[in-house]
Design a protein around this ligand. Structure first.
Ligand SMILES: NC(=O)c1ccc[n+]([C@@H]2O[C@H](COP(=O)([O-])OP(=O)(O)OC[C@H]3O[C@@H](n4cnc5c(N)ncnc54)[C@H](O)[C@@H]3O)[C@@H](O)[C@H]2O)c1
Length: 329
């Protein structure tokens, strides 16, 4: 089996590629290296170019006429940037995806696995969300994910494709063998801010302590990126079974099924580092939400997959990767 992974030199795409290769699936990576790292394509079949460059895509597909499925990870992903440059985001994430899909259809490739996001859900009140929960993307970035899902749904209904949208919750960690990880080792999520506070020797600020969660702090469903990658392997391997048992377009939540509050994340960080982490409490920031966790029964049923790594594993691998990345080893 051979899979084309767009965004295959990025954080998630490169990890998916490793998991595929370990499962005996051949991979072809396409990435324009706008945020991806060329080194993540070392020893792999990496084509550097844009997913909407048709002559470039034609070359990739001519070199690999035996591609069975596509995992479409390529996208711009910075929420704040999408607010200041919405047209750029709709162009990159929606417009370019349509170009890619047209080219895939011409080539007869009809299995598409799409990197979607839990950011499309409305329900952010500290509870669980399943795939039927209401959608209300709260940023242009999230809207691009919802739009591509919609496009895939329509194209699947018309018989152009069969598609699985995997709605990621909050990926953390790195390849446990540290082959790949975040290109930006201190991202804007809570764990990134905790790591940054520790590096700078300043207290970590818990913003919002009056949310309707068990301890008042915000809650997220942190999923280890290796678990996430294994879910893609399952989606690709079980694609035809999944597509034949239900609609030709399916959305599946990828989370642990268990929320972790900011205070619990701090406790995990302290367990892993063996050091106390100074914290201060601060008011909610504009735009903050209580958060949500994934209801993961559909993933268990269709993918026969469940996340197995703990929050401590995610913290440990994030720290180890950041250390390796910074030291350039
Ligand atoms: N990281 C998260 O927290 C998260 C959460 C939910 C969903 N996702 C989705 O997962 C996917 C991967 O995200 P990531 O965290 O690995 O981000 P990333 O920035 O590391 O990966 C995206 C990759 O796509 C490439 N790319 C972007 N535009 C391209 C184009 N036009 N042509 C070719 N390559 C292009 C980039 O160079 C990069 O390597 C994205 O679709 C994102 O929306 C990520």
């Amino acid at each position: 089996m051979k899979v084309l992974i767009t965004g295959g030199a990025g954080y998630i795409g490169s990890t998916v590629a490793t998991a595929c290769l370990e499962a005996g699936i051949e991979t072809v990576l396409v990435d324009d290296l706008s945020t991806g790292l060329e080194a993540f394509g070392d020893g792999r079949s990496l084509y550097v170019g844009d997913i909407a460059d048709v002559p470039f895509l034609d070359r990739v597909l001519a070199d690999h006429p035996d591609i069975d499925a596509v995992v479409h990870c390529a996208a711009r992903i910075v929420v704040s940037e999408s607010v200041s440059d919405p047209l750029g985001y709709y162009d990159s994430n929606v417009g370019k995806t349509v170009v890619l899909l047209r080219r895939l259809r011409t080539a007869g490739i009809d299995r598409v696995v799409f990197s979607s996001s839990a950011a499309i859900y409305a329900g952010e009140d500290g509870g669980g969300v399943d795939e039927r929960s209401a959608l209300a993307p709260s940023s242009p970035y999230a809207a691009t994910k919802a739009m591509v899902e919609h496009i895939l749904g329509d194209a699947a209904a018309a018989g152009d494709f069969r598609a699985i949208a995997l709605r990621y919750f909050n990926p953390i960690g790195a390849d446990p063998r540290l082959r790949t990880g975040l290109q930006n080792p201190t991202p804007s999520h809570a764990l990134g801010k905790i790591m940054q506070a520790r590096t700078e020797g300043v207290p970590f600020s818990i913003t919002g302590t009056d949310w309707p969660t068990r301890d008042g702090s915000g809650l997220r469903d942190y999923i280890h990126v290796w678990d996430l990658a294994l879910a893609h392997v399952a989606a690709v391997q079980r694609f035809d079974t999944i597509a034949s048992t239900g609609a030709p377009y399916q959305a599946i939540n990828l989370g642990t099924g268990d929320g972790v509050t900011v205070r619990e994340l701090v406790a995990a960080f302290e367990r892993v580092t063996g050091e106390p982490l100074p914290v201060v409490e601060a008011p909610r920031r504009p735009g903050d939400q209580a958060g949500a966790f994934a209801i993961v029964e559909r993933a268990a049923e269709l993918l026969e997959w469940r996340a197995s790594r703990s929050i401590d594993d995610g913290v440990r691998d994030s720290l180890a990767w950041a250390e390796k990345f910074r030291s350039g080893r």
